[in-house]
Design a protein around this ligand. Sequence first.
Ligand code: MG
Length: 264
Amino acid sequence: MSAASRQGAAALIRQVAGEARGTGLFLDFDGTLAAITGDPEDSRLPEQLHGVLAALARTLGVVAVVSGRPAASLAERVPVDGVRLLGLYGLETWDEQGSRPRPEAARWQATVDDAKGLLGAGAEGLEGVELEDKGLSVALHWRNAGDRGERGRQVSAVVERVAAQTGLGREPGKFVEELRPPVDWDKGTAVRAVMEEERLRLPVYCGDDLGDLPALRAVRELGGVAVLVSDGETPEALDDAADIIMDGPEAIADWLTRLRHALA
Ligand SMILES: [Mg+2]
């Protein structure tokens, strides 16, 4: 973390402490709370954050994890009382009954299922490419490919074709492209909805990837603070959207722990 960012992180703790009940703290999962792993199945919330997030959820207005993962996958990984789980960029929420998709997205289920077959066929023979079935969306990953540049171009061509065939929306990320229902809903919309619903005043968003961009922009527009978690592979567009930069999930874990102590 640079000296300027370190100062920014400390100032943000003071700002949140002064507005605890009015704060909405929104956290991305992969690459923000949890380190990126070769197999997304292996990603876990670091042990020390279970207690930290539970304590923050009792003190702040809202603590939410906002991820491209399905809500069920988040529920498995973030079993923390009081923390809200918003899956598939907020298209799914989680409660005692399980995962709840937004109705305007659920209508696309059959089309998404078609796309899974088309993407699987299109990616056949592309070494290092994996299809991830996220239920109401589907992704192709090439993080483990030998030549990521070349593989990325090939995957993009396949995804573009299937998007045109099905009418689904494209969601690009780091070494991943996803097709999802083409509804006007992203992490920014999700953050705004919670802020309004709960009448909160200070939104703070922490994220590391292109899917986080709408949320980073939204919190700025709402007078909040945009925190970028950088791992050296950060897409350029994200730098401009950030107020504070933190170096990877370890820096976020450290900051959350310090925030918890400041609020205790
Ligand atoms: Mg992420």
